[in-house]
Write a protein that binds this ligand. Structure first.
Ligand SMILES: NC(=O)C1=CN([C@@H]2O[C@H](COP(=O)(O)OP(=O)(O)OC[C@H]3O[C@@H](n4cnc5c(N)ncnc54)[C@H](O)[C@@H]3O)[C@@H](O)[C@H]2O)C=CC1
Ligand SMILES: O=C(O)CCC(=O)C(=O)O
Length: 415
């Protein structure tokens, strides 16, 4: 699967497409990393559907998205100029990472810049659910004065069960103890407990012992519908469910049933199996208009602080990849970051992960009597990634010959 060479080298203008209202800090960061390079940045506020994205990608070398734009195998197949995808968020489930790997397209994300924002939102929602704040606020807006204490509680002393004790789960655990909650967690990996948080042996135990259950797992085949009718039935009567992970983690009809029959006392949902592509689209869910159900439009990470930090973080890694081939932090690529060597050109070659590639590359270099300053090769999945610094006057010819090797997927020169 030999790809046409990407259209431009690093000193040429780099074409960037930023979708989904990515923070302006990204543009500032691209420009600050310029070092003589220029960036042509096109911004769009919403996501693009598959065909729209395919139509928009010719010429685009760096694509920035958030959680809504699906970068499918078909999109990647048609994106001949695309060097890299930056997810300006945590989740990367919207990108076909295997297809991107096979096509030599590294994918980056911002693994923790919005995690505090999510944890704070969850704390506010736990208290809001316990006090039925959503309903009371709506009533007063509607002119209804319903001053009640029945079934409204303090959160002090209540048990919070956290499913997925990663960056968000851990911070939530710390904040929850600060307001007097007891915290249990369940994770498939061994995780160091923060404060007095306690690991429980199974999801079933966590569901049975928690007053509030908050989900913080990634979308994977194992987490799809991990909370369905059977799991909801295991929760305490009068408990609350919070989901700000991914919409597919909860079986929505089963949740609606558990809320309607009074088994659960409320829910806070930030993510949905199907979400609108932009703020102008209408949205419908079976969860609408149920009592004590807080519905938010996927805003867990939507704070000025988080978006500004994410804009900088992801733009910086994309710039470093475009300029130097650095892949540190990529979620689907070998992690390589080498300082540039003054006076050399750098060849970046993605090839099929098969024996003999380095031998063939070195033969190309030897045939041209060239001298290698740096050489590094690492593999992951279907591909190998080779970085090689060598004399400026041979780089174009070495690159041309490497591109002609049968193992070649894509090759470019940066300088
Ligand atoms: N609503 C929003 O705006 C946001 C949503 N998110 C979502 O939250 C998710 C979690 O984020 P982080 O905490 O930063 O991720 P993380 O990767 O730091 O933590 C996820 C944890 O879940 C665990 N896990 C995975 N599969 C599991 C399973 N089947 N059962 C139990 N535990 C499991 C992992 O071992 C890990 O400890 C993200 O993947 C993303 O989908 C993230 C940021 C904002
Ligand atoms: O706000 C966004 O763009 C998505 C947040 C999110 O779900 C994530 O970071 O994974």
């Amino acid at each position: 699967m030999t790809m046409p060479a990407p259209a431009a080298q690093t000193r040429d203008t780099i074409q960037i497409l930023l979708l989904e209202n990515i923070h302006p800090s990204a543009t500032e960061t691209f420009n600050a990393f310029g070092e003589g390079r220029t960036y042509a940045i096109t911004r769009k506020s919403g996501a693009l559907k598959e065909d729209e994205l395919i139509a928009a990608l010719p010429g685009v070398q760096l694509l920035g998205i958030r959680s809504k734009t699906r970068v499918t195998a078909r999109v990647l197949e048609n994106a001949h100029d695309l060097l890299s995808v930056g997810c300006f968020c945590i989740g990367t489930n919207q990108v076909d990472l295997v297809a991107a790997n096979a096509r030599g397209v590294p994918v980056f994300n911002a693994p923790f810049s919005n995690t505090r924002s999510v944890a704070e939102l969850m704390i506010s929602e736990i208290i809001a659910l316990a006090r039925q704040l959503g309903d009371r606020s709506r009533e007063v807006h509607d002119g209804v004065w319903k001053k009640v204490a029945a079934q409204c509680y303090e959160v002090r002393g209540k048990v919070l069960g956290i499913v997925g004790y990663g960056h968000i789960g851990r911070q939530l655990g710390v904040l929850a103890e600060a307001v007097g909650m007891r915290v249990f967690y369940h994770d498939i990996a061994a995780r160091l407990p923060m404060g007095n948080n306690r690991s429980v042996p199974s999801l079933a135990t966590l569901l049975a012992e928690s007053d509030f259950v908050s989900l913080h797992v990634p979308e994977t085949p194992e987490t799809r519908k991990m909370i369905g009718a059977a799991e909801l039935a295991k929760m305490r009567k009068g408990a609350y469910l919070l989901n700000a992970s991914r919409g597919t983690v909860v079986d929505i009809p089963a949740l609606v049933a558990a809320l309607k029959d009074g088994h659960l006392a409320g829910a806070a949902i930030d993510v949905y199996p199907e979400e609108p592509e932009s703020n102008t689209d209408k949205f419908k869910t079976e969860l609408q208009n149920l009592p004590n159900v807080l519905l938010t439009p996927h805003i867990g990470g939507s704070t000025e602080e988080a978006q500004e930090a994410i804009g900088r973080e992801v733009a910086a890694v994309l710039s470093k990849f475009a300029a130097m081939g650095a892949t540190t932090g990529s979620v689907n690529f070998p992690q390589v970051e080498l300082p540039p060597v003054k006076g050399t050109h750098r060849i970046l070659n993605v090839h099929r992960n098969e024996p003999g590639v380095l031998r063939d590359v070195n033969r190309v270099v030897a045939d041209l009597n060239a001298n290698i300053d740096t050489q590094f090769l690492a593999t992951e999945g279907a591909i190998g990634y080779l970085i090689m610094d060598l004399e400026q006057d041979v780089s174009a010819e070495v690159s041309r010959r490497i591109q002609a090797l049968p193992s070649n997927i894509r090759t470019r020169v940066v300088y």
